[in-house]
Design a protein around this ligand. Sequence first.
Ligand code: HEM
Length: 145
Amino acid sequence: MLDLIFPYYLWVKAAHVVSVVVWLGGQCILVVQLASHRQALVRGGNTDLLREVEQRCLRQVVNPAMLATFLLGATLFFLRGPETLGEGWFQAKLVCIVAMTALHGAIASTVGTLRRGTVSAARIRGLQLTGLALTAAIVFIAVIK
Ligand code: HEM
């Protein structure tokens, strides 16, 4: 099976980068939406539409793109072979990926919390800055190696 896919390694890598862009771009936009949602709650406005948009963004864009990133990344890993695990860049990338997955969970849980009440502005700023820092770290590690 892997032998069949190997000639398409660069195609899989390009698809991996596309899914990464959609995952992390979608995540970034979702956090901006959360900040608007919080402000609307503070002003006592109607937030039904914002809630719906957040749910849709998470379910239809961010979650599927995260799954695709993992599947395509894992395919690249198996195509390169298990010795990749011994390479420093990949170990550093794995640590950042675990942190990025935890951040994804924190964003999804903030979407849930905002459905029931409000959250602090500092928490939303923290999600945004952590996302940017982790994105920069993983992309620099993956490209520069
Ligand atoms: C937030 C998550 C991720 C980001 C931002 C990311 C980013 C990238 C980027 C930009 C590249 C292209 C590097 C180049 O120019 O050669 C790449 C390649 C790669 N990624 Fe990811 N990736 C992510 C998740 C994963 C996961 C979950 C895995 C494996 C389980 C993985 C495994 C790989 C492998 C093996 C390559 C190929 C490296 C090469 O051929 O030189 N990635 N990644």
